[in-house]
Design a protein around this ligand. Structure first.
Ligand code: ADP
Ligand code: ZN
Ligand code: ZN
Length: 666
């Protein structure tokens, strides 16, 4: 009787064999339900082995092979196999991650969707007139279109340079050639404008959105439409990189520097890097776009692995906004605002233009404290303070969510005179309301935009010109195009200047350039004011000159000197447990195992286990062990062998550990 080999979502690297009476090679790539332990599990058939190492008499039969959904093709199985191999994750778990949860319940569409294939007498929906390309856009397109086969393009275009127009033209070419397009965006909900633009441009195309906020049924349906080739464009977030595409023609990655492309829990894959791998697998182009490329990508463009396309000027606006630093050591701040920023806000308000005050910290104040005894509103579960939320009078931990009412008096000494310290968006909003009582002030952060509908209505209010001053977090830094927005004021940026993470300056520069890039995108000129105590800091100097290349060169020099990525390759073993000693002890044992590979360890540096910066999170103590190598292959080779032994360790039951390849936070 035929045997099928199945990948199951369990934390073990092996595959499992089952009997399947009527199975044939055509079943490879089908979902299957099998008995496992005392219950059943769903998995994927990967092979029909000639022989099985187990006694066939002891094999159990499969419960059900789901043949009404088309099989996942071999190139898709290669993709998940590569992911499992590169990120050192069990294949069955990668498959469970890559397949939408509702897929097993999904039915293949009975009929092609008729609405999308136009009847002859049915006039095509009028497509909007295409804008005349800017010189930069035309040149980038010409270069890109002249190439054939695999190429990774880095489209480095200043904010407002019209990168989206380049994506859309390239997508049009691919569609015209009968191919599918995969377009990845950081967070669909943040930029409904982009989704609308894609739909407007290709009214006759079948466009599928894939993101985690979709209901399981919709996500499974979109996935199947990609798989059957019915979908022409798949537009999605990180997880959409696993959409099967029978005729892929183009991969697009918007805002390729965005950290949300890297999954930060479970299997820590990078959707950007996997998309590049897929483009290579299929011999097609991949375009990575950003105004502030990741330094890894920028370096690849310098050394010729990626090909650089630049858009040096804005498409609509005459110029980039003027960016100035305001030295706050020389002025008195009124609740965080210096006189220069206040004057600018008043002037833009007077002219009927919109302003944005950017502060990447939500809540009213980051901490509540008692000046008499020194009590602070620490989270009982994390090594972090709970944030004051005045709107609903709660203290809330932004890491674990623990909350409590704001106490009337110090819980330790009873002092009634306790104070919020520092500023969050709610406090800035309150201050602006007293300063500009006639202005329409709108706060945009995760508290104000709890649902997608609420967020979209906030964005619509701005687009309609029904708000004068916006107060926003990094949600406001991404992709938005508001023609009336002409002033961006930045508060509290210095806090990131001295962070310990070596990527902190890169992130700060990206964030400020992106948020500043929201100013003056149309006819009205834009202005950016950054309040800082370090106006001479090279990061700010590069920023005021819009000089990403100079900043990148400085940072890359520093990274080179310290042998940090992209000049080395890193992986991290992380452990967490109720007791810090257990986590550290486990990592120490793992480190000792590494010593065995003397020949490999000369190519791989294994550091000492250390507590993570946010050591305690949701009652668990966390530690990490960093590995570093000069060559990716050396690191990969080492990880394969070492992790096999780490898996054989027997840590305390409550301990959990994970491996993070190419970690973004170290
Ligand atoms: P980016 O993504 O590079 O920041 P966008 O794609 O949002 O920039 O484009 C910025 C603005 O310029 C948008 O309003 C867009 O419609 C407009 N735009 C883009 N290309 C052109 C063009 N060739 N002619 C006129 N307007 C354009
Ligand atoms: Zn006190
Ligand atoms: Zn907490």
């Amino acid at each position: 009787m035929p045997v099928v080999r199945v990948a199951l979502p369990i934390p073990l690297p092996q595959l499992f064999d089952y009997l399947a009476e009527d199975a044939s090679a055509a079943d490879i790539g089908h979902c299957v339900r099998v008995p496992f332990g005392h219950g059943e599990k769903s998995g994927l058939i990967l092979a029909l082995p000639e022989r099985t190492e187990l006694d066939p008499a002891r094999l159990k039969p499969v419960a059900y092979i789901q043949r009404d959904v088309p099989a996942l093709p071999p190139d898709w199985i290669e993709l998940v196999e590569f992911t499992a191999c590169y990120y050192h994750a069990p294949l069955g778990e990668v498959i469970a991650l890559a397949l939408p949860p509702g897929l097993r319940r999904a039915k293949a569409p009975a009929k092609r969707r008729k609405a999308k294939t136009r009847a002859p007498d049915d006039a095509p929906p009028p497509a909007a007139a295409l804008p005349t390309l800017t010189a930069g856009q035309a040149a980038a397109l010409a270069t890109c279109c002249a190439a054939e086969g695999f190429a990774a393009w880095l489209l480095a275009g200043v904010t407002g340079s019209g990168k989206t127009e380049v994506y859309l033209r390239l997508a049009a070419n691919a569609l015209a050639a009968g191919k599918q397009v995969l377009m990845l965006v950081p967070e669909i909900a943040l930029t409904p404008q982009l989704e609308a633009r894609v739909h407007d441009r290709f009214p006759a195309a079948h466009i599928v959105s894939l993101h985690s906020a979709l209901a399981p049924g919709a996500r499974a349906r979109g996935f199947v439409q990609a798989l059957t080739g019915e979908a022409d464009i798949v537009l999605g977030t990180r997880l959409a990189v696993f959409a099967p595409l029978p005729r892929p023609g183009l991969f697009l990655i918007d805002e390729e520097h965005d950290a949300s492309y890297k999954q930060q829990e479970g299997i820590r894959y990078s959707a950007r890097d996997l998309a590049i791998w897929r483009a290579h697998q299929h011999g097609v182009a991949v375009v990575l776009g950003s105004a502030t490329p990741a330094l890894e990508s920028w370096r690849h463009a310098q050394d010729g692995r990626y090909r650089l396309l630049t858009l040096p000027a804005r498409a609509r606006a005459a110029a980039l906004p003027t960016v100035k630093t305001v030295d706050t050591r020389r002025c008195r701040l009124d609740e965080g605002f210096g006189p220069q920023l206040l004057a600018a806000l008043a002037a833009h308000l007077e002219r009927g233009e919109q302003s944005l005050v950017f502060l990447n910290r939500r809540g009213y104040a980051p901490v509540l404290s008692c000046p008499a005894c020194g009590w602070v509103s620490q989270c009982p579960h994390c090594s972090a303070n709970r944030v004051v939320h005045l709107a609903d009078r709660r203290l809330r931990c932004h890491h674990c969510g623990a909350e409590a009412p704001i106490p009337r008096a110090c819980p330790v000494c009873g002092n009634q005179d306790i104070h919020p310290y520092g500023y969050g968006t709610q406090r800035i909003e309150a201050k602006l309301k007293t300063l500009f009582p006639s202005a329409r002030i709108l706060r945009l952060d995760r508290d104000a935009a709890r649902t997608r509908a609420r967020w979209e209505s906030l964005l619509a209010t701005i687009a309609a010109g029904e708000a004068d001053i916006l107060v926003g977090t990094q949600m406001m830094a991404k992709g938005h195009d508001f023609p009336l927005l002409t002033l961006v004021g930045v508060l509290g940026a210095d806090a990131s200047l001295h962070a310990a993470d070596f990527r902190a300056p890169e992130r700060l520069f990206q964030q400020l350039m992106q948020v500043g890039g929201r100013a003056g995108r149309a006819e009205l000129p834009g202005e950016v004011l950054i309040q800082t105590e370090y106006p001479e800091h090279p990061l700010y100097r590069c920023l005021t000159r819009h000089d990403f290349a100079a900043f990148a060169a400085l940072e890359l020099d520093a990274r080179h000197a310290a042998a940090f990525p992209p000049f080395s390759f890193q992986a991290m073993l992380k452990a967490d447990a109720p007791q810090l000693a257990d986590a550290v002890d486990f990592l120490r044992q793992a480190r000792q195992l590494a010593a065995k590979y003397a020949h490999a360890t000369s190519a791989v540096r294994v550091f000492d286990p250390v507590p993570m910066r946010l050591t305690r999170l949701a009652r668990r103590e966390r530690a990490q062990l960093l590995l570093e190598a000069d060559r990716r292959a050396a690191l990969q080779d080492f990880l394969s062998r070492w992790l096999e032994e780490v898996r054989a360790l027997r840590p305390p039951r409550e301990l959990r550990w994970q491996v993070d390849v190419d970690p973004l936070e170290v």
